[in-house]
Structure formats: structure tokens, C-alpha cells
Design a protein around this ligand. Sequence first.
Ligand code: MN
Length: 742
Amino acid sequence: MKDANTVVPFEKLIEQLPEHYTLADKELVQRAYRIAEEAHRGQKRHSGEPYINHCVAVAGILADLRVPPEVVVAGLLHDAVEDTLLTLEDIRRDFGDTVANLVNGVTKLTKLPRVSRGDQHKETGDEGGNGSKPLEEPEHPKSRKQDLKSETLRKTFLAMGEDVRVVLIKLADRLHNMRTLHHAPEEKQRRIAKETLDIFAPLANRLGIWQIKWELEDLAFRYVNPEKYKEIANQLSEKRPDREAQIEVIKDALVKLLARNNIHAEISGRPKHIYSIYKKMMKKGKPFDLVRDVRAVRLIVPDIPSCYAALGVIHTHWRPIPGEFDDYIAAPKDNFYQSLHTAVIYDDKRPLEVQIRTPEMHMNAEYGIASHWRYKEDGRISDKAYEDRINWLRSMMEWRSEVYDAQEFVEGMKTDVFQDRVYVFTPRGDIIDLAAGSTPIDFAYHVHTDIGHRCRGARVNGKLVPLYQELKTGDQVEILTAKRGGPSRDWLNPNLGLVKTQRARSKIKAWFKKQEVEQNLAQGRATIERELQRLGITGMNFDNIARDLGYKTPDELFIALGTGDLSISRVIRRFAETEESTDVLVAGTQAKETVSTDTIEVVGLKGLLSQMAKCCNPMPGDQIVGYITRGRGATIHRQDCPNILRLKDKERLLQVDWGKLERTYPIPIKVKAYDRQGLMGDISTLLDSEGVNIADVSVNFNRTLADLNLIVEVKNLDQLSRILTRIENLPNVLEAHRVRPG
Ligand code: MN
């Protein structure tokens, strides 16, 4: 513990703690440090430093945001559960629920799902081969690593809706990791930097924490585009002394000008960040030389009227550059940022950028969502603003529960949450806030899912527009709907650009999924009902048969039938095995169960004519014996038949047995067909091949139509179903079905 390496950063942390922290707060932080230091002892960072330095640094970044003590404590312990023997329960016992929950939140974010080397992962079949697919997806092909990473990001966003403090710790963690990224293995650097630029910097921006946002951007940009980074950095530092001198002169001039107009202002030069210069160069298509000229100052004035007053003074003194004025006080940015922005032509005929804001707006701009705790210590009321931000974040996440694919989720965050917004109006004048590039369909889904589904056209500012038209801030949008019907598959085609937001996409997909389910369900139900009708079955117990076949509900069984996962013959076969099916088969048939030597295999009588003896009338199940008659084959008697018992000539007795007991049921069926030669022959051949006896046949002709009425002796429903299907498939046959008795 007296190791100089670890003590020094910690002492710095204690100095960094907000001055309003009580002695008890500071002791709590100290205790957390001791426990974390002991737990991580022996662990090293890539740099070779003790691991605890990272924890202290993360806590320090949080302390600078002036978060409450429990968040700093959680920052110190943020890697303890994941990387040391310390458990969550230890932390809960020592530091209470709040800290434990925060640490748990961060741990859950960090921990990747452990997929054992196996293949329970997605099938790989859809990955490589399909060359027709445009390669515009940012990360392609999707690797498992990619999926896991996306999953972590997805969790980060989900956590944002749950507890924003967890996300602050995660951002502080990422910031320190970025600051020390040069120690990381090279192949990791670019990936982490890119992820930072794609996700974490926008996340910080969304939370309004400018301080973290710009630093993450500049740190990441250096790895993502090292040449450009160096180029801009070099040019900036070359001109720095010159620029700083100029800014001093400008500040002086401004203070004097404003004082003459009774406006008190604090003025600071505004350092330009490398990544923001790069973005500006990209956006304006200008080389650095032109961007470099832009000098920027920031005025902080006491209140909102002073903001506009200062703007007026500046605009009268120097010529404003057209198109450079933005009033973010009247219309705050979507991350709640407020300021006046303008640019003027300064005395030296070169541009000067000016931002004007109040101290409150300034704090908000620098610390965003974290400014909540600063106001709190001031005793100022800002819980409303905090609530607004949290609610806004939640509404951004509204669709999140419908997206399970991590990659899709992250892409959705990139478009729906991190992109610029447009503000459009409903016909009633309500403002709707949408991702930039949104179309009328996105708008429709935003207003109401059902309006989205029924959207068929749109009027923007009173004019009919195509559905792919991008909406602009200020547009008034009216959706033309159909009474019924749903979305078009085309809407999901990214090449048509009809839908921009993930929210709308999810809802469209859900609609199709539901349709499919409903269609399959209806189709499956129709299939089974048609078959039951053909078999003359009423009132099958679907609950039983569904359970027998391993489905939870009859609906699941119908869906499986509809999708083709289950065949109707399998259902009937299964049903035929039940007792219920025998009742159904026998129900209403006048004929009783018949037993004859034709249908009963009597083992041991091969080739002999046989008949049941009239004297004892043996029934299946009885003990039997055969008696060889003179010239009439064999007769079958019960073994206890008095005639047999009395018999002297035992040599004529033959050992016989009931073979497989087979009952048949005489079932009347009707076959409708266009009459043709040989039809009846085909039917009897078919029945013969099934081993089904025809007990009776009659035919009625009605012009070319023939109605065949047969009584077939079938073993069970399954057989009945099969022969009906086979008969229906004979040429010229229109239908074959059972004749309902009665
Ligand atoms: Mn960490």
C-alpha cells in the first residue's frame, strides 16, 4: 500500500473530489480505494502499471463530473466483481445497495455472454456465399466476436434507460481506456477506437457531456485516421501562438464593446478540437487552410435577455455571415443544448465564430446529464430538466424491447438515437421529433402503429409527395390512410429508402410476422377441418391431440400444419391410435364390428379354407382349435366346445391361434367422379392393395357424373384417411369422403 505508484494517483483523486463532499463521503471513497487496491493487487495494465490506477482514474473522471459519492465509489470498484475475488455480496455488505447495484450494472455491461467454443451459435450458412448482397454494412461479414460486441453495446443502451449513472461509469471507463490505448496491442487499437467513434462519443453527445465527447473523439480519431489526425494537429500547433495572440486581442475588443452597452460578459477562447475540425472540413469540403481561419470565442452572460442583447451588439458592429446564425435557445438541440451561435467578419476581414450563453446553459453544455448533480449542490432546481432528459432517453428506447438481434439493435441506435433530428408537425400542430432523413412512413409509425400500417400516401405542406421523400424541419405532414390492410414488403427494402427509422422497421417486421402466424394458423385449421369433414368426424378434441403431438395449444398445432412442419396424415395417424378415434369410427355406423375368417388371420391354417363353427361361435380372444373336415376345409372351434371335447378322432385337430387381431369397421364412403372406363377397377385394385375389403358397392349416374357408394371395411381412421386420399388422387375423381351416418 505504500507503493508510490499507487499512492500518488489516489491522493490526486482525494483532491479532485467535489468540495461539498462531507468527511464521511471522503472516508467512504477512501475505504473503497483500500478494498479495490487489495482486490486488484498484483494485477497489471497493458502499460505495466498496477491495475488499481485505472480504477482511480475512472473514479477521478467521475469526480470531475461532480457526481454523488456513491458513483465515485462504484467507479473505484467497477472492475472488482468482474476481475477479482470480490463478490457483489461483499460490496453490498460493505457499501450498501446503491453502490452494489451500480457495480452490478457495470459488470453486466462488461461481461460478454460466454459461448462455449461450440456451434450453438448462429448457423453460418447465410454468411459468406451470397455475392449479390451489397457490401455496405459496416461490419461484414458478421463474426461471433462482432455479435458479442454488439451485444455489449446493446446492453449499454438498455442500461441507459435503466440507470444513467451506470452509463456514466461506463463512459469514464472508456475514456480512461482511450487515454491509455497506446499501451494496448495494435490490432485492438483500431477496433476500439472505431467503436468509440461510432458509439461512445455519440453516446456522450446524446447525454450532453461535451467534455467527454470531444476527448473521446480526438483520442479515437488519432487511431482511426492517423494521417489526417497528424496533419490537422501539426497545422493547429504551428499556428497556435499566432492564434492565441489573436484571440487575446479579440477578447479585449469584445469586452470593451459589450461594456459600452452595459453587458457584462465573461469571454473565453474556444479551443477547436481536431475531430470537429475534420468533420467541418468534410462537411464543407474545405481544406484545412480555410477552416484554420475560424477563430472561436464564447461569451457567458448573466441571463437570456443579455444573450440576445449581446448578439445584437455584435451583429451591428461586425457583419454577420449569412447562414451561420443558429438560435439554440429558442430551439434547443435534441440533447438539450442551448446557446446562440453566429459568425461575423472580424476587423481583419476574416471570420470569427461566437457562441453566447448563460452560465446555466454553459454548465449544461459541458456536463449534460451530469449537470443535474451540480445544480443540486447549488440548491438550484433542475430536477425537471433531468427528468426530461431521462424521459427523452426512454422514449428513444421505446422500440428496443422489440429488437432481439444485437447487431440490428446497434444499427438502430446509430440511426434513431445518434443521428441529427428533424422536427415536423402533425395537422393538429403537434411537434414530432424524428431522425434526420425520416420519411412520411416513419412519421406515420411514430404517430401510431396502426396509422403506419395503413399509410398509403402523404401530404407535406398540403402537397402530395412520394412516400420516400425525406422530411425537413418545419414540414407539416398529413398521412393518407387506407381503411384496411397493412404495410408493403417494399417498405423493408433498404434500396428503396422508404423507411429510415428502426422503430418503423421493427413495427413493419412485427406486422408481417404476425400475419404469417395468422395465415398459417388459418391454413392449418382449414386443413384439419377439411380432413375431419371428409372422415366424417365431428368434435375432435384438439387439446388432446395437440398435447399428444407435443404442442402446447391447438393453435400451435394448427400453425405447424400451416407451415408444413406437421403433416395432416401424422395428425390422423396419431389420432387413429386413440380410443376416441374408435368411437368416432364406430359412431353411427349401423353395422357392428364383424369378425370373419377373411379378416382374421388364423395362424396354422395356411392354404386351408376355414370357417367359424356354428356350434360354439368362437370370438377373437377365445382359445381355439381347428378341425379338418372332409372336403370343406377347416372349422374353428373353441377349445372347450363340447363337440371337440367329445371328439375321438384327435388326429384331425389342428393347432391354430388368432394371429394379429384385426377388427374392421364397415364404413360407407361416397366417391364423386367423371365416369370413365375402368374407374371401379382402379378403385378396387387400390383397396385391395391396402387390404381393404369392399362390402358393398352401388353406382348412380347423373349424366357424365358418377356417384359411387361403397362400404369399405377399414381397420382404423388412419387407413380410412389414406384410402380416401388415394382414391381422390385417381384420374377423374372429384372427391371421396365418408358418408355421415343418419
Ligand atoms: Mn475498467
